[in-house]
Write a protein that binds this ligand. Structure first.
Ligand code: VGL
Length: 195
């Protein structure tokens, strides 16, 4: 089912601050880690592209409560909280993309991220001929949702990895509503067994 010539895996923001013990923890957020590791293994075996995004904020940003935003400080550049979860088994070939460096932007979506050379996520996908994205990670109701909606808007096919996402659920049900929104926008959903 995975075609390495046009499929890519996108692992969204599996960072310490979004996992139990972190400053903006998704309940059971680390539950996604072993599942994502199995997706990573499948893509790696096929030599398919793997991307991993990270939130990478300056200490002062409009994204944080103290400066007009809605969130406690999280994923501040260079801190332990901004590191990927220690058990996430990213491959050396994984393309890391960072977002949220601009203090004026929330940058929930990977389509606002750049790789280490400053190349936009969408440009990197285009250069590789990627047409379909398999997206999992944290959090369902923010960065996963924004990335999925932007991807659909940009013309990509999107498969959401339903067993490898987790919601912040600021309001109970936000995660479920995000899933409905993604489905209504054209995303399909899959689990490990489907791949
Ligand atoms: C996220 C809330 C605030 C996310 C980022 O990665 O989904 N959520 N910043």
């Amino acid at each position: 089912m995975i075609d390495p010539t046009y499929d890519a895996l996108v692992v969204v923001d599996v960072q310490n601050d979004f996992c139990p013990g972190g400053s903006l923890a998704v309940p059971d957020g680390d539950r996604v880690v072993p599942v994502l590791n199995r997706y990573i293994e499948r893509f790696r075996k096929l030599n398919a592209s793997i991307y991993a995004s990270r939130d990478w904020h300056p200490p002062v940003t409009k994204h944080f409560q103290a400066y007009g935003g809605v969130w406690p400080p999280h994923c501040v550049e260079g801190t332990k909280g901004a590191e990927f979860h220690p058990d996430l088994a990213l491959t050396p070939e994984t393309v890391m993309v960072s977002k949220g460096m601009d203090p004026e932007q929330d940058a929930y979506s990977c389509f606002q991220a750049q790789d280490a050379e400053g190349c936009d996520f969408a440009v990197s996908l285009g250069e590789r001929g990627i047409q379909r994205l398999f997206i999992g990670g944290l959090a369902t109701d923010y960065c996963v949702k924004s990335t999925v909606l932007d991807a659909l808007h940009e013309g990509f096919q999107v498969v959401v990895l339903q067993d490898a996402i987790g919601a912040v659920d600021v309001k109970p049900g936000d995660g479920e509503r995000a899933i409905e929104e993604m489905r209504a926008a054209g995303a399909t959903f899959a689990t490990l067994d489907d791949l």
